[in-house]
Design a protein around this ligand. Structure first.
Ligand code: CP
Length: 311
């Protein structure tokens, strides 16, 4: 069992919680690799996918994870629900809750929306990304990918690079990595840096070139062009010159160092196309881990413990 009822953020998770999620996800590898990709672990449980902001990876991997665990699920979007008629979030949640559902998965533009849902239902809530706040299920798939590559997380040196201030991915990944004993360095232009100089004990620098040779993982963040709110941003070309991951920078990385990116990518801005597709890139491994870790999170939060594969 996890120590939390809901998965809203990563800083509430203990190392034991994270290890349980990663180990359970690993146990689901065999399910995902067989011809019949289904176990009855969540048979009879009802899960609502409430995606109020666009998503490709998170939404599709939750939906696949639900099918692979035999849960009953329904997917709602902002534009296809009575939200467009002005129904409040609280009324929407209470309405769906009255149908006796077990879990809400929520993606929202407004930070705090998943927390607000917990106040209007007894069902379990998973945050699938809320504004600039948190994206905890992204962090779990990132940790899974990194742990699978190196066999461990403790002691690894990870640079999270780019648009730190607007990134819910950074806000989730950095504390989760720290909890698991990794060293995290934040790299970004001064206007994209986080305000707190001791944010989760992560040093910050404006120079990727000064740190890249020491890193085991170079995690490139998407520039959140939709969340700038008037912040000064360099041109695409200037950003790419100073902070973009190109083959020249990749050639200075340690021999076994890897590259991650949460997607969707701005190819040619934070990451060059040949880098995204190179042998060090783990970007599609991250996508694959998204199904496994989301299966694990839903399974553990709905009361599963061991024997998930044969349940
Ligand atoms: N990484 C991520 O959350 O991607 P989507 O917005 O496509 O879900």
């Amino acid at each position: 069992m996890l120590s939390v009822k809901h998965l809203i953020d990563t800083y509430s998770l203990t190392a034991d919680d994270i290890t349980q999620i990663l180990d359970t996800a690993a146990s689901f590898e065999s399910v995902n690799n067989r011809a019949i990709k289904k176990v009855p672990a969540l048979r009879g449980r009802t899960i609502v996918n409430l995606f109020l902001e666009p998503s490709t990876r998170t939404k599709s991997s939750f939906e696949l994870a639900e099918k692979r665990l035999s849960a009953d699920s329904l997917s709602m979007g902002g534009s296809t629900s009575s939200v467009v008629k002005g129904e409040s979030l609280a009324d929407t949640i209470q309405t769906i809750d009255a149908m006796n559902v077990d879990m809400f998965i929520c993606r929202a533009k407004l930070a705090g929306t998943p927390q607000k849902i917990t106040e209007n239902t007894d069902a379990v809530v998973i945050n699938a990304g809320d504004g600039k706040h948190q994206h905890p299920t992204q962090a779990m798939l990132d940790l899974y990918t990194i742990r699978k590559n190196f066999g461990h997380l403790d002691g690894l040196k990870v640079a999270i690079v780019g648009d730190l201030a607007h990134s819910r991915v950074c806000g989730s990944l950095a504390p989760a990595l720290k909890t698991m004993g990794a060293d995290v360095t934040l790299v970004g232009p001064p206007t994209f840096q986080v305000d707190d100089p001791d944010w989760f004990g992560c040093p910050q620098t404006a120079s990727l070139d000064e740190v890249i040779e020491d890193m085991d993982v170079v995690y490139m963040l998407r520039v959140q062009l939709e969340r700038m709110e008037g912040a000064a941003i360099p041109s695409r070309r200037e950003y790419n010159r100073l902070y973009g991951l190109d083959m020249k920078r990749v050639s200075r990385m340690k021999d076994d160092a890897i590259i991650c990116h949460p997607g969707p990518m701005n190819r040619g801005m934070e990451i060059n196309a040949d880098v995204a597709d190179c042998a060090r890139s783990r970007i599609l491994d991250q996508v694959n881990a998204g199904v496994l870790t989301r299966m694990a999170e839903m399974y553990l939060l709905l009361g599963g413990e061991n024997n998930a594969v044969s349940a």
